[in-house]
Design a protein around this ligand. Structure first.
Ligand SMILES: Cc1cc2nc3c(=O)[nH]c(=O)nc-3n(C[C@H](O)[C@H](O)[C@H](O)COP(=O)(O)O)c2cc1C
Length: 346
């Protein structure tokens, strides 16, 4: 398959693994890249030494191109971005922040930059900041998709920018890839689908939940982690939504979150307190959500925990290997595009 995205990143299939905290580990990244897609490492829950080690580990497992994601909203993200730059990661994907400095630094060693965006405003800003491609995430997505669905958001941003677009949010099979290409995107990124593969590190009960749940079993609200976010409906998710004292709770939960982000707790809690009321509540919710999210991924505690999950959960019926999945999606997309062409010409 050949699109602007396969050309830009020198990969075989226009299929990307989304950088998912707690899911996109070196093993999963290498499996996707080795299978001809682009694996993107998540760095949200790694400290700087762990990020460096993870990158070196990926390089031992594959010689193919790979990427790394850095959510710029998290404390300590600038230092994490510096590690990616020092390690000359081939593709750096930033989300939730401004990427001008990052783009300049990545381009200086010949790397490429993907900006994750959910609005037109941020898409245009990312183009000005020097991104090489946009990862446009619609409403269907797990975690922080936009409030507009992929069916509308993707083509409208394709029309507004002059760099390639990767569609994310709601993609799990070849029909989705064919649809994304028809909408003017040059590839897809998948989170929920890759989370349920053999190489994914998440607990077997979590993978099973993603098969059992249907398209109506998720909820989208800013009360989970402070930003508009999609997760599976569960007791744990409900508990966060109903929480009336997020600031007080964050006094305790921020310790574990700070440790995981590799950031001093005192500095983090002070940052939460001094951010201004609305932002403070948002950061407090983020700290409170951190452990329940990790629990559902690592311990399979899906009912008491909080499982970030996209609407495509209702389209998953199996747990394939990454290589089987990518080959299957490529074949399905080929067939779907053929059938579409025939149907439109007849
Ligand atoms: C468990 C989990 C963790 C995630 N963590 C991150 C993250 O750290 N950074 C990020 O940009 N997106 C993160 N995401 C969102 C995905 O990158 C992606 O946008 C989303 O899964 C795409 O929608 P889909 O699930 O319909 O494929 C996460 C998603 C999941 C399911």
């Amino acid at each position: 398959m050949k699109t602007a995205i396969t050309e830009l990143f020198n990969i075989q299939y226009p299929i990307l693994l989304s950088g998912m905290t707690g899911v996109s580990t070196p093993e999963l990244v290498a499996a996707v890249s080795e299978s001809g897609g682009l694996g993107i490492l998540a760095t949200g829950n790694l400290n700087n030494d762990e990020i460096r080690h993870a990158i070196q580990h990926i390089r031992k497992m594959t010689k193919k191109p790979f990427g790394a994601n850095v959510p710029l909203i998290l404390p300590g993200s600038e230092k994490k971005a510096d590690v990616l730059i020092e390690e000359k990661v081939p593709v750096v994907n930033y989300s939730l922040g401004k990427g001008d400095r990052l783009s300049r630094a990545v381009h200086s060693y010949g790397g490429k930059v993907i900006a994750t965006v959910v609005t037109h405003k941020h898409a245009l800003a990312a183009c000005r900041d020097g991104a090489d491609a946009l990862l446009v995430t619609g409403h269907e997505a797990a975690a922080h998709g936009g409030d507009v669905t992929s069916l509308v958001l993707v083509p409208s941003i394709v029309d507004a920018v002059n760099i390639p677009v990767i569609a994310a949010g709601g993609f799990a099979d070849g029909r989705g890839l064919a649809a994304a290409i028809s909408l003017g995107a040059q590839g897809i990124a998948m989170g929920t689908r890759f989370m349920n593969t053999m190489e994914s590190p998440v607990h077997p009960r979590t993978k099973l939940a993603s098969i059992e749940k249907n398209v109506h079993d998720t909820i989208y609200t800013h009360k989970i982690d402070g930003l508009p976010c999609r997760a599976m409906k569960s007791r744990g998710t409900d508990r966060l939504i109903r929480d009336r004292i997020p600031m007080l709770r964050a006094l305790f939960t921020s310790r574990a979150a700070a440790k995981s982000f590799g950031f001093p707790w005192f500095k983090m809690f002070l940052g939460i307190l001094l951010a201004g009321w609305t932002k403070s509540i948002q950061l407090a919710r983020m700290a409170n959500a951190y452990q329940p999210i990790q629990n559902s991924l690592a311990l399979g505690n899906v009912d008491e925990g909080v499982l970030l999950l996209g609407q495509v959960t209702g389209m998953l019926h199996d747990t394939p290997t990454v290589s089987e999945l990518i080959l299957r999606i490529a074949a399905e997309a080929d067939k779907a595009l053929d059938q579409t062409g025939q149907c439109l010409r007849s």
